[in-house]
Design a protein around this ligand. Structure first.
Ligand code: ADP
Ligand code: ZN
Ligand code: ZN
Length: 747
């Protein structure tokens, strides 16, 4: 039977807001094609991989012009229906090209067109032939007498054990020795999937919950359907214990639980808590996986049978894991900035997780000691159910939070002398200290007191950071590095000096003050390689007196049982930033760092060293629970009509030439304004173009245009109709631009 003509609408990963119609391969029929299959297509002189999203009978491309695809890669769709729909949702909500959104869903290797097969690794074992014949080991040895290497290897292999070729090679045998034994059928090859999930064991029994925890759990379990819960509990209040017990029935049913954690929260400690509780498979999706491992883990989740429970723990992008038996989603530290992707398709992992939960009709738990104002607002509006844990669980003492007023106080290298005495006293009690400074390097600037020169980056509106281990100047915004000058390049003065304190400077200073005590610096420089963090932190977990100095890498995920004094310095800039979210972020950071102290039986003290001790928000933070500060900040947002009381979309543009991006955004604004008038939408306003807070970055001049509305639906309908215009603007080929829906950073 002759098929009527049909087309394939294909989502192609290119920055254009449409799908592309192709013809099927000759001599194939309709039944070979389905939405969700990957295809290889000719595209503007290249070959690209795309995903079939529709099979229409008509196309705007005339039949004579339409090209056939090159290859149909899959024979059955790999993406489960819900993920396929999620790709469309992301594209619509974030106003990004569908093809680029589908690329988020595919692991890298599938994006490149590889087949979706689990990789196998070869192992060798002693052949089982001996047990079934009358041959004895002595006979075998005798038969190998003229092949002494084979004989030696055979002898070394234990019955019933699998050996990787690498291990055999490490013993000093060449592949020909293995080959020889294999030809003689004395050893057998065994191929096993290379990727094995971690096997969890239920060795840590559930704890008996306190009343607040029990109430929270009861609410979550009460109806087993979609509902977002905001588990708002102070540090150490036992949120993780609630997650674990909420997950338990899901695992018992053989389903999957998705646990999202911040980038720096994916610590071995976190993984251990999940793997010690459940007899389940644990899949950890972290940035250290290579593309092969990532695909194997992806396939392992996709192919789950729904018989043995699976826990998928990962950072932001794990929200796109295919999970046919998904039963619950947990997002730990839901306020954390790392859940928002800041490039390409700028999705928010937490918000996408909530959408997934709704699609699948399952509970979603957002946990935090310092919930985002966005989530708190949703809780206050009853969109999320608010569950509170106000007390520390178990025996842990809560931490006393204090302000240290730096005004008129003697200080050395950025640290008040009185606080150095506190450190000394803490160490004398055999306890540990954490000094938090949100700047890596030795000092944030290099300064000439004779002429006022400062080391500035030529490619950014920013100062260069002085590093001393090893010595160089480094721009943390564009990565430019320079040798450290010995004299002022402007007036040749010899008096140039680093100003301000970073982690290296404090480390150096504290080492001098406390020569007998280990000082451990934790920042991006000291933990550059993969396992450095764990190695560095070893002494901390032995409990011996020591001082930790570090950036916000220390603020999350880790529990330091013997840290009883936390000092934070240099967070003042957060109180006066142009970014309206700065105070929220600073408060969250301060409480997260503070929460590292006194997690066990010993009480902890956290001290905020500041020049602005009278700042009203700071005193609120210290005197009252976080919720008081959060309501004050929400009130302020309401008065100023800022998110979450209004919805924002940020159009960013940049160019190598000054004013060019700004000009582009002027044209964009005009165009959008025209649209607004012609479509008759009301309540959408524009702000800008404005220079970005750091206008010059990495050699590019940057500008912003804000689009605001009190009504999310109106805003999105309007954008649906108008944003495609932007792709058609002519004469701006040097401009890079992007759209950020619900932006979280004013950069
Ligand atoms: P959070 O996730 O809120 O920071 P955790 O779940 O890590 O809190 O709990 C903090 C500490 O208290 C952990 O050592 C945990 O084992 C313990 N804990 C939690 N719930 C209880 C409970 N109900 N009884 C006793 N100890 C508990
Ligand atoms: Zn000078
Ligand atoms: Zn720079």
């Amino acid at each position: 039977m002759v098929q009527p003509p049909f087309y394939l609408s294909i989502a192609v990963p290119v920055p254009l807001p449409k799908v592309f119609d192709y013809l099927p391969l000759p001599q194939t029929d309709l039944s070979d094609y389905q939405a969700g299959l990957r295809v290889r297509i000719p595209f503007g002189g290249q070959t690209l991989i795309g995903t079939i999203v529709d099979i229409p009978q008509h196309s705007d491309v005339p039949l004579g012009k339409a090209k056939p695809i090159n290859e149909l890669i899959d024979s059955k769709p790999l993406l489960p229906q819900d993920l396929f729909r999620l790709g469309h949702w992301i594209s619509e909500y974030y106003h990004q090209p569908l093809g680029e959104c589908f690329d988020l869903l595919w692991p890298v290797l599938l994006r490149k067109g590889q087949s979706a097969e689990t990789s196998l690794s070869r192992f060798w074992q002693r052949s089982t032939r001996l047990t079934s014949t009358s041959e004895s080991i002595t006979d075998v040895m005798a038969s190998l007498s003229r092949a002494p290497r084979q004989q030696a290897l055979y002898e070394q292999l234990e019955e019933g054990t699998l050996y990787a070729p690498k291990q055999i090679a490490d013993w000093g045998y060449t592949p020909s020795v293995i080959q020889g034994l294999s030809t003689k059928e004395l050893i057998d090859a065994v191929d096993k999937p290379s990727f094995e999930p971690t096997k969890g064991r239920n060795e840590a029994p559930p704890r008996e919950l306190n009343q607040e925890q029990a109430d929270a759990l009861e609410m979550i379990r009460r109806h087993n359907a979609f509902q977002t819960y905001l588990l708002d509990g102070v540090t150490g209040s036992g949120k993780t214990e609630v997650y674990l017990q909420a997950i338990a029935p899901v695992i018992e049913r053989g389903q999957q639980a998705l646990v999202l954690v911040p980038e720096i929260g994916l610590t071995p400690q976190t993984i251990r808590r999940f793997s010690q509780r459940f007899d389940a498979d644990i899949l950890v999706l972290h940035s250290g996986l290579n593309p092969r491992e990532r695909l194997d883990a992806w396939l392992c989740a996709l192919n789950a049978k729904g018989e043995r429970g699976q826990i998928i723990i990962g950072t932001r992008s794990a929200v796109f894991t295919p999970l046919p038996h998904l039963g619950i989603i947990v997002i730990d530290e839901e306020h954390d900035a790392s859940f928002k992707q800041q490039e390409g398709v700028r999705y928010h992992g937490r918000d996408v997780a909530v959408v997934r939960g709704k699609q699948r009709n399952i509970p979603v738990i957002l946990g935090s000691a310092t919930p985002s104002l966005d989530s708190l607002h949703n809780a206050l509006n009853q969109k999320y159910q608010h569950l509170k844990l106000t007390e520390r669980a178990g025996d842990a003492q809560s931490t006393r939070l204090k302000i240290f007023n730096l005004k008129k106080q003697p200080q050395d290298q950025g640290l008040a002398t009185a606080l150095v005495a506190d450190i000394k006293a803490t160490l004398a009690r055999e306890e540990q200290v954490l000094v938090f400074v949100n700047r890596r390097g030795f000092a944030p600037t290099l300064y000439c007191p004779d002429c006022g020169w400062m080391a500035e980056c030529k490619r950014c509106d920013a100062k260069m950071t002085t590093h001393q281990k090893p010595p160089y100047l480094h721009c943390h915004h564009c990565d430019t590095k320079q040798a450290l000058p010995r004299q002022c390049p402007n007036c040749m003065s010899q008096h140039i000096q680093p100003v301000g304190a970073g982690t290296e400077r404090l480390e150096h200073f504290l080492e001098q003050q406390f020569p007998a005590c280990p000082v451990i610096r934790v920042d991006r420089d000291s933990t550059a390689n993969k396992h450095a963090m764990e190695a560095l932190l070893k002494p901390v977990f032995t409990g011996e007196p020591c001082i930790l100095v570090g950036t916000q890498m220390l603020a999350k995920g880790h529990h330091f049982p013997n840290v009883t004094l936390v000092i934070t310095i240099n967070v003042d800039s957060g109180f006066f930033s142009a970014d309206f979210r700065a105070m929220e972020k600073t408060a969250q950071l301060l409480l997260q760092v503070t929460g590292r102290a006194g997690r066990e039986a010993k009480a902890g003290t956290a001290i905020i060293q500041t020049e602005f001790a009278e700042h009203p928000m700071l005193s609120l933070l210290v005197r009252e629970p976080y919720s008081a500060l959060a309501s004050a900040l929400l009130q302020e947002r309401k008065e100023r009509q800022l998110p979450p009381f209004t919805f924002q979309v940020l159009v960013r543009a940049d160019s190598h030439r000054p004013q060019e991006a700004e000009h582009f955004l002027h044209v964009v604004r005009q165009q959008l304004h025209q649209r607004l008038i012609s479509t008759g939408y009301a309540g959408v306003t524009f702000l800008g173009p404005l220079p970005s807070p750091m206008e010059l970055k990495a050699g590019r001049f940057r500008s912003q245009l804000w689009i605001n509305s009190q009504n999310r639906t109106v805003l999105h309908r309007f954008l649906n109709q108008s944003l495609t215009d932007l792709y058609q603007l002519k004469g701006f080929h040097r401009i890079r631009w992007s759209i950020d829906v619900d932006p979280t950073e004013n950069v």
